[in-house]
Design a binder for this molecule. Structure first.
Ligand code: DON
Length: 565
């Protein structure tokens, strides 16, 4: 939680800098490379790969598999996500391994005879599962840009799953919560139990033999170890037996895609982020353009004017997101150039009144906000290659179902499609066309893995979980670093707000807006709702003059941390 921050800085200040790798609790410094993730064991797996001569791609692949083992709430092989990659030449590319709707999917697949969503089926049960993309995405990125052999990158995770690792308090709390759920959520009943049948306690070793076998298959056969052979057969059998529709054909046909990043600028910095099917990059760049237009650095951080301007930018970007964005392979006419342009930012603020909140017209679009159940990590290597990777199962532990023979959990990403064609509500459900279900279509995402570069070198590598709040969390953190000169740990911990067009309200982190500011905003017509925490950021900055990486993990991540060398 953010309230631990001052305490952490105090502890941090008392720790001496040791050699060239050092941590102050709040920040970690390294000269040669760094990984910051939601789990320190996984961060260390990535750094070990860097030390063995691997590049940022190699370290990212190893870290992603390690998070499946150590952070199964969101680390995954049963879900999907995105990579943004800046290489040492200053070139940027992205990998899209977002899940796809199965071949048997349709726009009305979640509806009952009255046109209402049936039993929450877009989030619960196996109809909610999208065809997983993670293994294909990691494999493709490695084939193209990796240096070390694939098998060496999966090996640490096979070992972690087989030999086990020490159960943390954070994971144990989740284990207790997840074990006593709906009995139909099969895998969760035994997932966290040891050989004695009890939930593995903090300090004890948690082993995952079934997952170790699945990972071994992926280690041996790469992409095919997941999408073909006995793993694919077991996925199909499990789906058939439990009401799912994903088949071996779906798995065989799944492909990750390398895509051009979206690019924007802010006061001389280059911002690279994820294009559709994520809405994150487009919305981020639209809002950064609006902030440049508003000359935000002159506006006092956390003041009434700041919150008003930032919330109004969010309101507009989220309306555009809902209206225009979806899978680019199905929406060939998205006006991306317009949304990303500086000219558009000028027109988008034309009706901004600095004394009054705008109104979110319920006839327009919007989207509900999500939780924290995605995971982001940032990686840099000694040559200046950088990776920003966010991947997810959608909800915490995804659909909470999976074959015990395979040992991993499936996503419930189908819930990111617009569930009821044509129905858009003030509470935030959208029914617009670009994001309706279709066979092999990718559902719209908010994940916003981002790299800011200066003169072709990484300047900031950043991302976060949090559903729709991801976009705004990353946006404010980028702003904190670029416009307000905050160091990375402070930028991560600083107050965040969230507005998403509909519902028309500002969420703010509790205790972080003064009563005076709240009153002033309410007088302007804003509706304010406190929330405990927004975002779980994992970031790295690079100081080119000192040749020094500085990393920080959000204090709301219980097991997260930066590791470097
Ligand atoms: O792709 C997305 O935008 C969401 N599936 C992310 C979900 C998330 O961050 C956690 N949320 N509920």
């Amino acid at each position: 939680m953010k309230t631990n921050f001052i305490q952490k800085v105090a502890i941090g200040c008392s720790v001496l800098l040791l050699f060239f790798v050092s941590t102050t609790q709040a920040q970690t410094y390294a000269e040669n490379g760094m990984v910051v993730s939601d789990n320190v064991i996984a961060s260390q797996v990535g750094v070990d790969i860097l030390k063995k001569g691997g590049n940022a791609i190699d370290a990212a692949v190893a870290t992603a598999f390690a998070l499946e083992v150590t952070h199964p709430e969101a680390g995954n092989i049963g879900g999907g996500g995105f990579i943004v990659y800046l290489n040492s030449e200053g070139e940027v590319t992205t990998f899209d391994f977002r899940e796809k709707a199965p071949l048997a999917a349709s726009p009305t697949m979640f509806l009952d005879e009255n046109g209402k969503i049936k039993n929450n089926s877009n989030h619960q049960g196996l109809l909610a599962v999208g065809v997983p993309g993670t293994v294909a995405g990691l494999y493709q990125a490695h084939q193209k840009y990796g240096k070390l052999p694939w098998a060496d990158l999966v090996k640490p995770s096979v070992e972690l799953a087989k030999e086990g690792f020490t159960m943390s308090y954070g994971l144990y709390n989740a284990a207790v919560r997840m074990t006593d759920r709906d009995p139909s959520e099969d895998i969760m009943k035994n997932y966290f139990r040891g050989e004695n049948g009890q939930i593995v306690k903090p300090g004890e070793t948690w082993k995952q033999p079934a997952l170790a076998k699945t990972l071994k298959e992926i280690q041996k056969h790469g992409r095919d170890g997941f999408y073909k052979g006995w793993v694919a057969q077991e996925i199909e059998d499990y789906m058939k037996a439990n009401g799912g529709i994903i088949t071996k054909e779906d798995l065989e046909k799944y492909e990750a895609v390398e895509r051009e990043p979206v690019k924007g600028t802010f006061n001389g910095y280059d911002i690279y982020s994820m294009p559709p099917p994520s809405s994150g990059g487009v919305a981020l760049i639209e809002m950064m353009n609006l902030m440049e237009e508003a000359n935000i650095s002159e506006v006092e951080f956390n003041s009434t004017a700041y919150v008003h301007l930032v919330a109004e930018a969010m309101r507009r970007a989220f309306a555009d997101r809902a209206e225009f964005l979806g899978d680019p392979d199905f929406n060939l006419d998205m006006p991306l150039d317009r949304l990303l342009s500086k000219e558009f930012a000028k027109t988008r603020f034309e009706n901004l009144d600095m004394t009054k909140a705008s109104i979110s017209d319920p006839a327009q679009f919007g989207h509900p906000y999500g939780g924290d159940n995605t995971t982001h990590f940032s990686v840099v290597d000694k040559d200046g290659n950088a990776i920003s990777l966010t991947y997810t199962l959608e909800n915490s532990y995804g659909v909470k179902m999976g074959s015990s023979k395979l040992g991993f959990i499936f996503n419930n990403e189908m819930g990111d499609f617009n569930p009821v064609p044509g129905e858009t509500t003030t509470t935030g459900q959208i029914g617009s066309d670009p994001n309706l279900v279709a066979p092999e279509k990718r559902m719209l995402s908010s994940m916003t893995p981002t790299i800011v570069a200066k003169d072709g070198k990484p300047y900031l590598v950043i991302g976060s979980p949090g559903g729709r709040t991801i976009i705004n969390t990353v946006f404010q953190t980028v702003l904190n670093v670029l416009a307000y000169d905050m160091r990375i740990d402070r930028a991560i911990e600083a107050m965040k707000i969230h507005h998403q067009w509909l519902p028309d309200r500002i969420l703010y982190e509790v205790n972080l807006l003064s009563p005076d500011t709240r009153e002033a905003l309410e007088k302007m017509g804003h509706s304010l709702t406190p929330t405990t925490n927004i975002g779980v950021l994992m970031g790295i900055t690079y100081d080119a003059s000192k040749k020094l990486y500085t990393g920080a993990s959000d204090s709301s991540s219980e097991d997260g941390g930066a590791r470097g060398y």
